[in-house]
Design a protein around this ligand. Structure first.
Ligand SMILES: C[S@@+](CC[C@H](N)C(=O)[O-])C[C@H]1O[C@@H](n2cnc3c(N)ncnc32)[C@H](O)[C@@H]1O
Length: 263
């Protein structure tokens, strides 16, 4: 059950984020880009770009687009800026609800695993529309947390151990396809559609999964790391009970929701 030094700041540990969520977001990125069907745009803005996994997929799928990422996390931006596969991309420190760009500055605007940070507030969605050309695609992808077994199990276990934390973590859950479509239509998008994407990750054993949880730097993994040792041991036992596979490695499938519209 080893633990390593980590930043106590939300999204403040790029290596920890990558170990916990990187393979998941890397698997989602090309599927989300294909769903978004942005064509071959001149420019693409990634809102909440994190360590750059979506933009890395964009270098393959929309190779001629000018790529820009925004994120408020200094640690994740640093990691993205130093990726050899993202030398042509530009990264800006900014929040999704106050994008530092002119109206219509981008041909399309995407966001992967970020909207849950806003608990249903509309500002990031209207900002994404504002900075996109008229008729440009704006799309978002976020976990269906009930069908993302790692997060669902962790939040469930944390709620049993610390009901207050359970309530806090549940509030940030997204609210399904119909609500996403309403949010997009309410922000003024046309041709709104939603869908689902399924991705798979194989963990080499339960301890590999557990180690990734201990360094995650996301709301739920930080809650786990902050538990007193005795409670964290209870969480280990409960998670092991849910996931342990006596044969070693095991795959987990997870579902994400996607929404798309035209600005
Ligand atoms: C789950 S991570 C997803 C990162 C990246 N898009 C990916 O798929 O790996 C959530 C991201 O949202 C960013 N974030 C948190 N609050 C934000 C805000 N107010 N505006 C924009 N991004 C935010 C975090 O810094 C983090 O990079």
């Amino acid at each position: 059950m080893g633990e390593r030094e980590r930043s106590a700041e939300l999204y403040g540990d790029a290596g920890g984020y990558e170990s916990y969520m990187g393979p998941w977001s890397t698997a989602l990125a090309p599927l989300f880009l294909r769903y978004a069907a942005v064509g071959q745009p001149t420019s693409l803005l990634d809102v909440g770009s994190g360590t750059g996994n979506l933009l890395a997929a964009a270098t393959e799928i929309v190779p001629d687009a000018r790529l820009v990422g925004v994120d408020p996390s200094t640690a994740l931006l640093h990691r993205a800026r130093h990726r050899s596969d993202l030398r042509g991309a530009t990264f800006v420190k900014a929040r999704a609800d106050a994008l530092p760009f002119a109206d219509g500055a981008f041909a399309c605007c995407l966001s992967l695993l970020v909207l849950q940070e806003f608990a249903g507030r509309p500002e990031p969605i209207s900002e994404m529309r504002r900075v996109t050309h008229a008729s440009g695609v704006v799309a978002a992808c976020l976990w269906d947390f009930a069908r993302m077994p790692v997060i669902a199990a962790l939040v469930g276990v944390l709620a049993e151990i610390d009901p207050v934390a359970g309530v806090r973590l549940a509030i940030s859950s997204p609210s399904g396809e119909a609500a996403l479509a309403r949010a997009w239509a309410g922000a003024g998008f046309t041709e709104v559609s939603t869908s689902r994407i399924t991705v798979m990750r194989t963990y080499e054993d339960f301890d590999a999964l557990w180690r990734s949880l201990l360094c995650g730097s996301t709301p739920s993994t930080m809650t786990l790391a902050a538990l007193p040792a005795g409670q964290r041991d209870r969480a280990y036992v409960a998670m092991r009970h849910r996931f342990a596979n006596p044969r070693g490695s095991f795959p987990i499938a997870a579902e994400a929701l996607v929404v798309r519209g035209k600005a």
